[in-house]
Design a protein around this ligand. Structure first.
Ligand code: HEM
Length: 167
């Protein structure tokens, strides 16, 4: 079990390391934050078509639990807590759950901003990215999502690194 877990993390980080997928649509990237529209942005990946993966996440309710647990753990994580200071956590949880549901093929609408716009002022580095991914993996484990399904989601999220990591 432990080995499986380590392999899963290693696989996720390997995927994270080899970025370079198609660029996201830049919507409000060049606008000052104060005037950026609240209009929905690109969720950053195309939806999966395999409903079995969505079901492995226990549908919308399971995904919301995973989003909540990932953010709660990250806010309390000394490695990255600082990044979440002053952030509307309830809104972040809602947007993260919408995004994960969309990417997992659950048919949810994403009403947050695109990944480049929403992360450009946060100054996130690679170690902080890895910390958040670990917290997401912890939340998926807690929900009982099998490693194969976990890795399918991580592979979809990995290319977003280029828009999230800015230093
Ligand atoms: C692939 C990895 C990531 C994904 C899929 C992701 C997803 C999201 C989503 C969907 C939002 C909501 C955007 C909005 O409300 O308009 C968001 C915002 C945010 N993310 Fe991430 N994120 C990732 C990595 C990270 C990392 C590594 C950190 C920090 C260590 C982080 C910290 C934040 C914070 C603080 C916000 C709120 C920004 C604001 O409201 O101004 N994210 N992220």
């Amino acid at each position: 079990m432990t080995l499986c877990k380590q392999l899963s993390l290693a696989a996720a980080l390997a995927v994270m390391a080899c970025m370079g997928a198609a660029p996201l649509a830049a919507t409000a990237q060049d606008m000052p934050a104060a005037t950026a529209p609240a209009a929905p942005g690109d969720p950053g990946a195309t939806p999966m078509t395999d409903q079995a993966v969505f079901e492995a996440f226990h549908g919308k309710e399971g995904i919301q639990r995973i989003a909540d647990a990932t953010i709660d753990r990250s806010v309390a994580d000394p490695r990255i807590a600082e990044v979440f200071k002053g952030i509307d956590i309830a809104k972040l949880k809602t947007h993260l759950a919408q995004q994960l549901c969309y990417v997992l093929g659950g048919g949810c609408a994403y009403t947050g901003r695109d990944m480049a716009t929403s992360h450009k002022d946060l100054g996130v580095n690679m170690a902080e990215m890895n910390a958040l991914v670990e917290n997401l993996q912890w939340a998926m484990d807690k929900e009982g999502v099998p490693f194969r399904a976990q890795n399918k989601l991580l592979a979809k999220l990995a290319p977003m690194k280029k828009d999230v990591v800015t230093r």
